[in-house]
Design a binder for this molecule. Structure first.
Ligand code: HEC
Length: 109
């Protein structure tokens, strides 16, 4: 009986350690973007909304990623009503993909 219990615990341990932590787009958004773009992507006095945003809805993931990683300032700015530009973000790989997917889900709302 003791031995069986031991095997059970071992199997459970293997099952849990096998699951890798996936990149969490919502958590990254909350930490790095929400201060300017709003907790639910509703926009603030500093930056545009993602809710219903046509650029996010209609653009390819690559084009959205480029704005995030290179930023948008000066003459490239699209929204003159906001004093600041989009500061470039250091995001890459799965984190970048996850945050772009989160923006797409916010835009669809
Ligand atoms: C310091 C404030 C600030 C932070 C932080 C910030 N942004 Fe921005 N973002 C802006 C501003 C301002 C603009 C509008 C720039 C312009 O006029 O084109 C913008 C524009 C964008 C755009 C283009 C939207 C459009 O309609 O063309 C995307 C995409 C974007 N931000 C994504 C992000 C993501 C993702 C993060 C977090 C990883 C983030 N931003 C963090 C201020 C910010």
């Amino acid at each position: 009986m003791r031995k069986l219990l031991g095997i059970g615990v071992l199997a459970l341990g293997v099952a849990f350690s096998g699951s890798a932590f996936a990149a969490d787009g919502a958590a990254i958004f909350k930490a790095k973007c929400a201060a300017c773009h709003g907790a639910d992507g509703q926009g603030t006095a500093m930056a545009p909304a993602f809710k219903g945003n046509a650029f996010i809805k209609d653009s390819k993931e690559d084009a959205i990623s480029t704005v995030i990683t290179t930023g948008r300032d000066g003459a490239a700015k699209k929204y003159k009503q906001f004093a600041i530009g989009m500061p470039k973000q250091s995001l890459a790989g799965d984190d970048l993909k996850a945050v772009v997917a989160h923006l797409k889900s916010l835009a669809a709302k």
